[in-house]
Design a protein around this ligand. Structure first.
Ligand code: OAA
Ligand code: MG
Length: 203
């Protein structure tokens, strides 16, 4: 569980700034998008590997994940309703921070009404089987990005970033520096001064 202060700071910095400030290749496949406008989340990953087209592992994961954690599900990009209104209601009751799934979800109007943040590869109503227990708490290959339990997930309109948990302090420091430089640069621009290009220096 992250402290409320760190969670708030990560949400304010945002996924792109956390990624840029990290200097790491920690972006996740941009095909994973918020299912409702304004969805955002930050928290440690609770990992779930679901069998393709089967959501029993997800049903187990939503009951096992600790409060404050982000359910991160490898659904192999399969187009079934891995997640919906009922699972969202359970997740809200249990105090989970959100869901990131390489797969699709359904009941999106109802999900939005709860305010529970969900990032998925899209929306599909097709029934998910409920037979295979999959794996909870393993290391995932989430659409090409390695995610370990406890790695820190930050997601917003720009997409999803995953920070290796042992590097969180350094990443936060880098992201703060980045955000400060951006603020200064924007203030300069708003004062009417167009700064030099950043081709070499970056910002
Ligand atoms: O039925 C399912 O497994 C997924 C779903 O639509 C819900 O949670 O409401
Ligand atoms: Mg449903």
């Amino acid at each position: 569980m992250l402290s409320a202060r760190i969670t708030t700071e990560l949400l304010e910095l945002g996924a792109s700034t956390v990624y840029e400030g990290s200097g790491l290749d920690c972006w996740v496949d941009p095909g994973l998008r918020p299912v409702w406008r304004g969805a955002r989340l930050a928290g440690p990953a609770f990992t779930v590997r679901a069998a393709p087209g089967d959501n029993l592992a997800v049903q187990l994961g939503v009951r096992a994940a600790p409060a404050g954690s982000v359910l991160v599900v490898d659904g192999a990009g399969e187009r079934v309703g891995y997640w919906g209104e009922i699972l969202t209601e359970i997740a809200v009751q249990r105090g989970l921070a959100g869901l990131v799934i390489d797969g699709t979800v359904r009941d999106v109007d109802e999900i939005e009404r709860t305010g529970f943040p969900v990032f998925s590869r899209g929306v599909a109503m097709r029934h998910a089987a409920k037979r295979d227990r999959g794996e909870l708490g393993g290391v995932l290959d989430l659409a090409g990005r390695r995610v370990r339990p406890g790695d820190v997930v930050v997601a917003d309109t720009d997409g999803v970033a995953v920070v290796p948990h042992e590097q969180l302090d350094a990443v936060l420091a880098g992201a703060r520096t980045r955000a400060e430089k951006e603020r200064t640069r924007i203030a300069t621009i708003r004062s009417g001064v167009i700064p030099e290009t950043t081709a070499e220096e970056g910002y």
